[in-house]
Structures are given as structure tokens and as C-alpha cells.
Design a protein around this ligand. Structure first.
Ligand code: KIV
Ligand code: ZN
Length: 512
């Protein structure tokens, strides 16, 4: 019987640490539900002790998710661990993931602790955690740059205290596949009780090798858990991409010989949900989930694929959730067809009221756009779920004038805490004028560090999806907006970012 590989998704924790990717509790819950549909084994829902907001998000996910294990990160101290256990109390199956840095550099410069102190703290924390939850994961942060003998000593001791999973992070993405695989193999060989724990890989993508390193950790090192994120989301260059590593294990099962519990047909819906929620656009040539991943432009390739798909395709597009027929609905489609399509796309709206709202928006869109694609529906429900009754700023209407040789001008109406406000401004272009009109009223003082427009379904008929990244007082947020009119989409994205800046609770992320 082939052994099972555990998929541990950390989109909502390590992924969320990416600047601008922070998510609200509702957004996290919605992604967690999609991860459950994807059948990931473990969902790392957050870092409960880092803020009240994160505590509540972990708790909401622990209470809602039934099929996946829900995990919270925690530093190696009693307070963090108790807080994690409290947030996880309602889970069907829970895990505490505790960590402390073990590399000479991190211990000396960051923690200012001696190796013996780190050893004591790790052991005592796992002992403490084990009394609260049965499933404990321990990570030596910056493990790959740690000294092997020290790592063996500390890992042997935490396994003795009851750690059930040992994760070996390449925190700074420094590893090379073969060396990382050998590193894990060495640890497993040298540590006498290594067989009492499941070994896990956690790789960052600074040198573009997170997926390759993770696979080597499995093949050479014998690890049986991979930590990964949807779309490879994560700090700096990101984490190991779930969709890539899963499809590699599945497509090359002849080589890896491992089984997975993942429902791969849910991959694309998960990718789009994460991209639309965070505003991190997926590049067209991204493996598995990029718009071009299954597109064949060259005549020779097209001819080959038509004759026999496997001449140029090693995976079936449908197996990762791409549907063969992309045009789905139009303005004559009814509520039931819309509801069915949501279901096919893996979207669960919580109440009939939410479905009615989304359906009303769908009808509005269908009046302006003849063909409604899956991407339009996903953008629409994403906007629906992202907009929040408590939002301070809401888009109402916009008119703008731009003519060759004239300076563009925009007039906008926004709803600010229930009151409609009118503002107008000139600008270098119509988008600039519209956003300046908003800023003239709001006076956020935020600096725009990114503005990008993406055609949701590829043609000029398509909706534009705009991402705006704002920075203010050291905080970075992304806002996303979509509309067939890209100037309106831009205004919506800007307002969404302003709402996030307003509502984001102070977060104390204590680690890298
Ligand atoms: O990269 C890292 O070291 C981490 C640990 C907390 C597992 O994310
Ligand atoms: Zn990490």
C-alpha cells in the first residue's frame, strides 16, 4: 500500500504574512471552507496569540471546519500555547504548532539566547502543549541553517516530550534540493526516536526552489508532510505552492509512489479565491493555475493536442478545475442556474440573503455584459463576500470626462458611514482623477505602492479586476475591485483598500 503524504496548508498563516495579504476573519473563513473542499489534511488557520483578530479567525475556523485538522502557530511559551489551545477548543481535530529559532544567527542576534536556553524552552513548551492538545508540531525556525548536532539534540528531546510532527523549515529559502533532502535524511538517521514522529518540510521560495526542495525532502529525506500555500503565497518570494507540489506528486506517482487525499478539481477555485481575496494576481504562465497553463498557441502544438491530448499535456485541465466550456450564464439565466453554477465552482454562500444579493449583482452585470464567465461569477461573489456591512466607504456612482488635449476630470459619489458624499478632481488620467477625488474627501495620506489591472476573462468585453496596494504608517493593504468599467473598478479597489486600512487591527507578528 502506498504511503499517504499529508498536505498542510499555511495560506492563512505564512501566506498571510506576505505584505498586503492580511485577511479579515470572514475572508479567512471563506478560504478555510474552500481548503476543506480541497481536502487538505491540515489547515494552519493563523497565529492565535498574535492579535485579537487572529485569535477570533482561528476560533471561527476551528468551530466551522469538520474534515481537516485545524492548527494554530504559537511561539514556544506558555502564554502563546494557551491562547492557541483556547482558540482551537471547538475543533473536531486540532494541532498546536510551536516553534523557536535554532540557528546560531537567530539564537544569538534575534533571540539573544544561548543554545541551552533555547533547548530548555523548546522542551518545556512541547511538554506544556502536550498537556493541552494531543497533536503537537514542533519547528526549529531557520532549521536548515542550524548545526546538525544541536538540532539532533533538541529534536530528540521534543519527540520524547510528545511532539508528533517535526517540521524542518528552510526559513530563508537557502536550500538546494539534494542538500535539503540529505539534511532531513541525516536528521532522521541520527535521531534515535525519529520514527516516533512524522517529518515535515517547509520551504520558502527565495531562490525559486521551494517546490523542488520540498519534493527532495520527501523523496530523499523521507518526510511525509509538505507545508505549502495556495499560489505559493507568502513573505518575500513566497512558500512552496500547493498546486504545483500536489500535481507533481500526482502526475509523477510512478516516481514518488505516494497517495494524497486532495480533491484536485478544487485547485483552481482555491487559487482564484486566494488571488481575488488578497489582490495577488496569478501570472499567466504560472504552472497549473495560470491562464496559459493549458493554452497552446503554436500551430504544431495545437495540431498535436487535437490529435492526442498527451502529445503536449501531462495533466488534464479538468483535473485541476478548468472547465471545458467557459461561457456559463447570460441575462436570461435564472436564480437556480446561478445557484447551481456557484455550487459547481465550489462557492458556498452562507445564507439565502447572500445568494439573493449575489444574484441581483449577477443580473446587473448581465445587463451590461452579454456573456458571463466563471471568472466573472467568482469576482462577483468575492466582491460580495469582501464587502462588509461595517465598511466605512462604499462606492455609489462615478462620472468622468476625458478627451484628447483636455485634462481629465472625475466626479464621484461615495457613501461614508451611511451618508452620501460628492467629491471631484482633475488628474493625469481618468483613473488618477477618480482616485484623487476620493482622496480629496477621505484624506487618508496613504501612499499607493501598486496599481494593476487585469482583464478577468481575456477580452475587452471582460470585467477589469483592479488591485490597489496602499501603505500608511508602516501598514500595507491590498484592495481589489471589479467592474466592466475599469475606472469604476479602480475606485472600488481604492475604497476597499481604504476600508482595510481603517479596520486592520494592530498585529504583532513576532517571527519571520
Ligand atoms: O519559515 C518558517 O520558519 C516558519 C516557521 C514558523 C515554521 O514559518
Ligand atoms: Zn515559513
Amino acid at each position: 500500500m502506498a504511503e499517504k503524504l499529508i498536505i498542510f496548508d499555511t495560506t492563512l498563516r505564512d501566506g498571510e504574512q506576505s505584505p498586503g495579504a492580511s485577511m479579515t476573519r470572514e475572508e479567512k473563513l471563506r478560504i478555510a471552507r474552500q481548503l476543506e473542499r480541497l481536502k487538505v489534511d491540515v489547515i494552519e488557520a493563523g497565529f492565535a496569540a498574535s492579535s485579537q483578530g487572529d485569535f477570533e479567525a482561528v476560533k471561527a475556523i476551528a468551530d466551522a471546519i469538520k474534515d481537516s485538522t485545524v492548527c494554530s502557530l504559537s511561539r514556544a511559551n506558555d502564554r502563546d500555547i494557551s491562547r492557541a489551545a483556547e482558540a482551537l477548543a471547538g475543533a473536531n481535530s486540532s494541532r498546536i504548532h510551536t516553534f523557536i529559532a535554532t540557528s546560531p544567527l537567530h539564537m544569538e542576534k534575534k533571540l539573544r539566547m544561548t543554545p541551552d536556553q533555547v533547548f530548555e524552552q523548546a522542551v518545556q513548551s512541547v511538554r506544556f502543549a502536550r498537556n493541552l492538545v494531543g497533536d503537537i508540531e514542533f519547528s526549529p525556525e531557520d532549521g536548515y541553517r542550524s548545526e546538525v548536532d544541536f538540532l539532533c539534540r533538541i529534536l530528540e528531546a521534543v519527540i520524547k516530550e510528545g511532539a508528533t510532527t517535526i517540521n524542518v523549515p528552510d526559513t530563508v529559502g537557502y536550500a538546494i534540493p539534494e542538500l535539503y533532502g540529505e539534511f532531513i535524511k541525516t536528521l532522521r538517521t541520527k535521531i534515535p526516536n525519529s520514527d516516533k514522529a512524522i517529518w515535515s518540510v517547509h520551504c520558502h521560495n527565495d531562490l525559486g526552489m521551494a517546490v523542488a526542495n520540498s519534493l527532495a525532502g520527501i523523496k530523499i529525506g523521507g518526510a511525509r508532510q509538505i507545508e505549502c500555500t495556495i499560489n505559493g503565497l507568502g513573505e518575500r518570494a513566497g512558500n512552496c505552492a500547493l498546486e504545483e507540489v500536489v500535481m507533481a506528486i500526482k502526475t509523477r506517482s510512478d516516481y514518488f509512489g505516494l497517495t494524497l487525499g486532495i480533491d484536485t478539481q478544487q485547485i483552481l477555485a482555491a487559487s482564484r479565491m486566494v488571488s481575488q481575496t488578497t489582490g495577488f494576481v496569478v501570472q499567466p504562465n504560472k504552472a497549473v493555475v495560470g491562464a496559459n497553463a493549458f493554452a497552446h498557441a503554436s500551430g504544431i502544438h495545437q495540431d498535436g493536442v487535437l490529435k492526442a491530448r498527451d502529445t503536449y499535456e501531462i495533466m488534464r485541465a479538468q483535473d485541476v478545475g478548468w472547465s471545458a466550456n467557459k461561457i456559463v450564464l447570460g441575462k436570461l439565466s435564472g436564480r437556480n442556474a446561478f445557484k447551481q453554477r456557484l455550487q459547481d465552482l465550489g462557492v458556498e454562500l452562507d445564507s439565502e440573503a447572500e445568494i439573493n444579493n449575489a444574484f441581483a449583482k449577477f443580473k446587473e452585470l448581465a445587463d451590461r455584459k452579454s456573456e458571463i464567465f466563471d471568472e466573472d461569477i467568482l469576482a462577483l461573489v468575492s466582491e460580495e463576500s469582501l464587502s462588509n456591512d461595517k465598511d466605512t466607504f462604499n462606492f455609489v456612482s462615478l462620472s468622468q470626462r476625458s478627451e484628447t488635449g483636455e485634462r481629465p476630470h472625475a466626479s464621484i459619489v461615495i457613501n461614508v458611514n451611511g451618508t452620501e458624499v460628492h467629491s471631484d478632481s482633475d488628474g493625469n488620467g481618468p483613473v488618477d482623477a477618480s482616485l484623487k477625488a476620493i482622496e480629496k474627501h477621505v484624506k487618508s495620506g496613504a501612499e499607493m505602492v501598486l496599481y494593476s489591472v487585469n482583464a478577468i476573462s481575456g477580452s475587452t468585453e471582460s470585467q477589469g479586476e483592479v488591485t490597489v496596494r496602499l501603505q500608511n504608517n508602516g501598514r500595507i493593504v491590498n484592495g481589489v475591485g471589479s467592474d466592466p468599467d475599469i475606472i469604476v473598478a479602480s475606485a472600488k479597489a481604492y475604497l476597499s483598500a481604504l476600508n482595510k486600512l481603517r479596520s486592520q487591527s494592530d498585529r504583532v507578528l513576532a517571527q519571520g
